[in-house]
Structure formats: structure tokens, C-alpha cells
Design a protein around this ligand. Structure first.
Ligand SMILES: [Mg+2]
Length: 383
């Protein structure tokens, strides 16, 4: 990606493929290397309506909704505080051979980081905060906030979330960080000359403290469309108990976590019915959430590259980017780091799944330990 020479909105001009549903691929937990739109992330919307609910059933929307919402596994502890042996534990342990714990491999990570500048990127939901029933209540703990604040003192740190940038800032509340909302489609970064030559998508603004910042919004032209879709979805889902529609500025999230599973097909149908009129929008699945977003060649991986460039850290041999996340959309960032052999992805998961990450952490509490360890290491290596 050449950010310097091409700063126009990276909108794909090709229509999304409509003849063949790729929903079957959805059960793959990560996207294999491929074109900018990886099949695992794109869910093609069939445009032909064959009858009420037939669309969402025939093209496996429901299967996709179920498979992308695995329940959190409860960790059982034995009398000696050891993890009780069960099939799930055995499976998790053997998975960890491929994706070792970033805590247990901390020495290996820091050995590689010696003499390098670490840049830290993190997802929010499920990474810094627990996944909760009400997405408005996904608060991080004070201890986590303190750990993030400390780590940002020593390393450039950015949060890249699917939420709107304002929302994620509201949750985190730390001015020391950089924030990218809407899966990286709304980035607030430091003012630099090199990225300010795209007056439509990249412009100067001020943050909440009045400090000059650069805003980069590669999907700016989609704002009115997204807003319209948000209002339509609020209207069409208002009769479904537990459904919640969230406007994340450049994407709309339809949460079905609190919807009775018997009504998931109704949620899917509402989204399908609206989406069929917007060929320039696409659907992705998150944890008990359907997300509608622009068909543009932009993702969290590109947001990482963009932020590194904004920070003057791109193409530097002495920079080690680390990305911590739990989502399917974080795989794009893991892939960028893995393929460029530039840094590490750390997947937060309590269940085995294929990933482009190199290491793993079980849950947000382990993420906090990892952040604390980074700070201790940095402090001791500065002595
Ligand atoms: Mg997440």
C-alpha cells in the first residue's frame, strides 16, 4: 500500500460479487492470504429475494451468526488451583503449542524487542474490556485503565476498535493514546505533513484538549448513507425484543446478543432487506453482532500501517509493532504484521481458533498482565 502517493478514498469500484455466496467460508476462523478483500471477511449478500426468510436461511446467515458467536468457556479450577483437565483444556493446551502464551514467551518477545521501539496497537472490546450483554456497558476496569495509561507512557499506543472513535474514547478516556474507530475508518493521529495532502479524507482538526491532530476518514463519502441505513435498521428492528442497533459512524452494528435465538432469523432478515438496496455496503459478522459497512479497501491492517506512517515508524528496522486483539477483524492487522515480518499479533481467546497471530492471551486479565510486564521490562532495561 502506498499511502503517500494515493490518498484518495480507497473505494473499490467493482461491485461485490453477487452470483455466489461465500457464506460457507465464514466458518473459517481466519482469512487465508489473498486479495484485499479476504473471503473469510466478506459475506456476499444475495440480491434475489426468493421468499420471506428464505434468503437468510438458504445462504446460511444463521449458521454464520451462530458460528461467529462462540460462548465463552468457563475455566474450571481444581483443588490445587490448576486447570482441571478436560477435553477443552487439552485442546486449548495443544492449541497453545502453535500460539504460545505471550506471558510465558515474554522473554522471547523482549529478546527480539531489544534495541527496538515497540509500538502498541490494541482492540477494545474483549481485549481491554470484557464482552458484556449490553454493549453500552463494556467498561474497562480502573486497573486496566491504569495499565494502559502506564504502557502509553513508554510506547506509542493506539486503540483500533469497531466502535465509533468517540465511543471508544469515552470508554478509555486517556488522552495519551491514538484512537481509530469504525474498524480503522476514522483515525485520529498526530499532525504530519506526509499524510495531509488528501483534503477530502484527511484533514486537520483538534482533539478534546484543543491539540492539533490529523483526522483520516477514508470512507467519508459514506457518512450520509450509513446514517440512513442506521435509521432504517432502528425502525425495522424495533419490534424485535433485545435487538440493539448502534451507529458506529462508518459502520452500523446490529447486536443480537440479547435476542432470543428463535428470532435471530428475523434480525438477519431485517438487515438483509435493507442491505439489498445498498450494493456499496457489505456485511461482516462479529460476536453476536451483524455489522454493515462500506465496501472499501480499508481494514484494521491498513489502519496499523497508516498509524505507523503517521507516527514516523513505518519502514523502520528498529520498530516492533505489537497488535493485541480478539476479533475476526483483528486478523487483518495480524496478517499485515506477519506477512511483513514486522511484528507480532497476539490473539486474545479462551478457545482454540486459527489465527494470523503469533502469540495468545486467554482473556483481558492476561492482557493487563502483559501490559504491566512490558512496562517493567522497559523500566528495568532503561537502568
Ligand atoms: Mg474485540
Amino acid at each position: 500500500m502506498d499511502l503517500k502517493s494515493n490518498h484518495t478514498a480507497p473505494v473499490l469500484t467493482d461491485s461485490p460479487p453477487i452470483s455466489k455466496s461465500r457464506l460457507g467460508v465464514h466458518s473459517l476462523p481466519y482469512s487465508p492470504p489473498g486479495p484485499a478483500f479476504s473471503p473469510g471477511l466478506i459475506l456476499t449478500i444475495p440480491r434475489k429475494k426468493t421468499g420471506i426468510l428464505d434468503d437468510v436461511r438458504s445462504c446460511s446467515w444463521l449458521d454464520a451468526m451462530k458460528s461467529s458467536s462462540p460462548p465463552h468457556r468457563k475455566i474450571t479450577k481444581g483443588v490445587n488451583n490448576e486447570f482441571a483437565t478436560s477435553d477443552a483444556d487439552v485442546a486449548y493446551r495443544s492449541w497453545m503449542v502453535k500460539y504460545p502464551s505471550a506471558l510465558k514467551s515474554f522473554e522471547q518477545i523482549t529478546n527480539f524487542a531489544k534495541g527496538k521501539r515497540i509500538a502498541l496497537f490494541m482492540d477494545y472490546d474483549g481485549t481491554l474490556s470484557p464482552i458484556v450483554d449490553n454493549p453500552d456497558c463494556a467498561f474497562m476496569t480502573e486497573a486496566m485503565r491504569a495499565a494502559v495509561k502506564k504502557v502509553a507512557k513508554y510506547f506509542p499506543t493506539a486503540i483500533i476498535s469497531g466502535r465509533s472513535r468517540d465511543k471508544v474514547y469515552e470508554f478509555v478516556g486517556l488522552t495519551e493514546l491514538y484512537y481509530a474507530g469504525s474498524h480503522g475508518m476514522d483515525i485520529m493521529g498526530p499532525v504530519t505533513q506526509s499524510i495531509s495532502d488528501d483534503p477530502i479524507n484527511c484533514f486537520r482538526s483538534t482533539d478534546k484538549q484543543g491539540k492539533d491532530v490529523n483526522l483520516f476518514q477514508p470512507a467519508a463519502e459514506f457518512l450520509p448513507m450509513i446514517d440512513k441505513v442506521y435509521r432504517s435498521l432502528v425502525e425495522s428492528t424495533k419490534g424485535i425484543a433485545g435487538a440493539k442497533v448502534e451507529n458506529n459512524k462508518f459502520c452500523v452494528s446490529v447486536h443480537y446478543r440479547n435476542v432470543d435465538e428463535k428470532s435471530w432469523d428475523v434480525v438477519a432478515q431485517c438487515v438483509h432487506d435493507i442491505l439489498k438496496d445498498y450494493p456499496r455496503l457489505r456485511l461482516t459478522h462479529g460476536r453476536k453482532v451483524l455489522e454493515v459497512r462500506p465496501v472499501i479497501n480499508w481494514d484494521k491492517g491498513k489502519a496499523v500501517t497508516f498509524l505507523l506512517e503517521s507516527l514516523g515508524l513505518n519502514d523502520c528496522d528498529d520498530v516492533l509493532p505489537i497488535y493485541v486483539g480478539d476479533d475476526r477483524t483483528d486478523e487483518d492487522a495480524f496478517k499485515v504484521l506477519r506477512e511483513g515480518n514486522r511484528g507480532y499479533g497476539i490473539l486474545v481467546s479462551s478457545v482454540p481458533k486459527e489465527s494470523n497471530a503469533k502469540y495468545s492471551l486467554r482473556e483481558p486479565a492476561e492482557v493487563m498482565e502483559f501490559l504491566k510486564s512490558l512496562v517493567s521490562w522497559k523500566k528495568s532495561s532503561a537502568l
